[in-house]
Structure formats: C-alpha cells, structure tokens
Design a protein around this ligand. Structure first.
Ligand code: ZZB
Length: 258
C-alpha cells in the first residue's frame, strides 16, 4: 500500500513535554490515500492510548508517529541515522490531544489534534488527518465530539478546539452533494464512530463515488475530475516538501476484513 504522508506542523510555542524538540521542525505525520482532499482538513486524529514517538527524520525535522512506521521510514531513507529509527521522545495519544497544527492546503490556519477511538496503530502512521466532508469515519468522530460534552471532558478537550469546526465542501458528487460523508452517514443512519460495520460500508461507497464521479470544487484544480486532480495535487505536495511517500510493507497477519 502506498500512502502519502502529510506533514502537519506543530505550531510554536511547544508545550512543556515537547520543549526538548525546540529548534526543530516537528510534524504529526498523517498517512492518507486521498491527498486531493487536503483542502478539507479540519483537525488531526490520534488514538488516546496509542504509543507514539518523536523521531528524527533528518538533521532538522522530527516526525511524530507510531514506532513501527518510524522503522519502515528508516528503511525508506527517512531517518537521521540510516536504517535506524532515532526516537527523541516517547509519547502517547493523550500527549498529542490539543496540539495546534498547521497543515498543507487546509483552509484553517490552525487545526487541533483530537481523539478518535477507531484508529489502528498497525496501519499507516497511527496519525490520521480529518476530512469530515468526504470521510465517514471523520464525520462521525467529529459528530461524537460535538454532540457529547462528556466525551470532550473525558479527554480534556477545550470547546474552542471543536465547536468552531465547520465541514468544508471540497468535492461535488452527483446525488451525494458536496458533503458526501454526511449524506451517506445520514442515509445509512449511522449513530456513532463505534458503528464499525456500517462505517466500513460507508467508506467503501464514498471512496468509489468520490474517485469515479467526483469533481473538485476548490483549489488550484477546481472544475477538474478527482481522478485527474489527485496525482497533480499529490505531486505538488511532494515537490514542495509538504509531504513524502510512505510504502507500507505487506502484513504477515491477515487484516480483519481479509
Ligand atoms: C484523508 C482522507 C480523506 C481519507 C477522505 C479517507 C477519505 P484504507 O483504504 O483503509 O487504507 N487512515 C489512515 N491510517 C489509519 C489508521 N491507522 N487507522 C484508521 N484510519 C486510518 O484507508 C486509508 C484511509 O484511512 C486514509 O485516507 C486515512 O483517511 C485513514 F475523504 O486520509 B484518509 C472514503 C474515505 N475518504
């Protein structure tokens, strides 16, 4: 599986726990298969109990991601020490909640890291960028946070990180409109982010529709089909140093859906 890693930059001043990283450029490294949707990013997702680390990618840049992903990246020429992850700081998802980030192409100047309970730590980087207009999982996780004050309280989430978030329409799909994740979640009567089976089906549908029938309505390639815009946007993100390629080696164990 070939992902694009989006570099979501931690905005200074760093919180106490991250002070040892001062002077470096620090990024939450989000793995995505949909680089063309980056205009619609509203926040980042982390697993509260997930184990993460801050790894030196080169002399000046640090990526926060799962240890397994750091090892894979080290073998893909993205480690200060060749073939060896160099961890400066051990972290959990809870340490990441509330971090202010600046992410490529997002219309929001600053977005925040928030908890999502369905993140798999053995897939991608364990960091996910949130596009609630087009990703059903993101739409439902954001819905849960907005609708449930107790949930926000449990994780020490400030209202100002969540309540101002608005879904940004970025892709138009015939019959699904410009917030296809919302359309599908409502149609399928999905209740929360824990509704795993229905969400898997919703994801499948929106992936397919978005790719085959979607048209960009924002950004440099507005008016172009998603199929055409996707590789162009990806290349631009890579060329401008805002993203890197990440190949996920085949897993030995079968995935849950396999
Ligand atoms: C932005 C985005 C926008 C995504 C969208 C999807 C969609 P797949 O096909 O199952 O490999 N993701 C990445 N890593 C994880 C993880 N560790 N745990 C849970 N989710 C993860 O799915 C890849 C997508 O799943 C990635 O692409 C990421 O979300 C998420 F409009 O990034 B995506 C219809 C989906 N739309």
């Amino acid at each position: 599986q070939e992902y694009t890693i989006i570099k979501m930059e931690l905005v200074a001043p760093f919180p106490d726990k991250f002070k040892v990283l001062e002077g470096k450029k620090v990024f939450l490294a989000a793995a995505t298969l949909r680089p063309e949707t980056m205009y619609g990013q509203t926040n980042a997702w982390v697993l509260p109990d997930g184990k993460y680390g801050a790894f030196e990618i080169n002399d000046s840049e640090v990526f926060v991601l799962a240890h397994r992903a750091a090892l894979n990246l080290a073998y893909q020429n993205h480690s200060r020490v060749p073939e060896k992850p160099s961890c400066l700081l051990e972290l959990t998802g809870r340490d990441l909640i509330g971090l202010p980030l600046k992410s490529p192409l997002s219309f929001s100047e600053v977005i925040y890291a928030l908890p999502m309970l369905s993140i798999l730590m053995d897939k991608g980087t364990g960091i996910v960028t949130s596009v609630p207009s087009d990703a059903p999982d993101d739409y439902m996780a954001l819905h849960d946070l907005k609708a449930k004050p107790a949930f926000r309280e449990k994780y020490g989430i400030k209202d100002e990180w969540v309540m101002p978030i608005e879904i940004v329409p970025i892709i138009e799909i015939p019959q699904f409109g410009n917030k296809c994740a919302e359309t599908v979640c409502l149609q399928m009567k999905i209740k929360s982010q824990n509704d795993k089976e229905k969400l898997a089906e919703a994801k499948k549908q929106t992936y397919l529709k978005g790719f085959t029938e979607g048209t960009m309505i924002v950004g440099e390639y507005a008016g172009r089909k998603v199929q055409e815009a996707k590789p162009l946007i990806r290349t631009k993100l890579l060329e401008t140093g805002q993203a890197i390629v990440y190949s996920e080696p085949e897993k030995r164990v079968m995935s849950r859906s396999g």
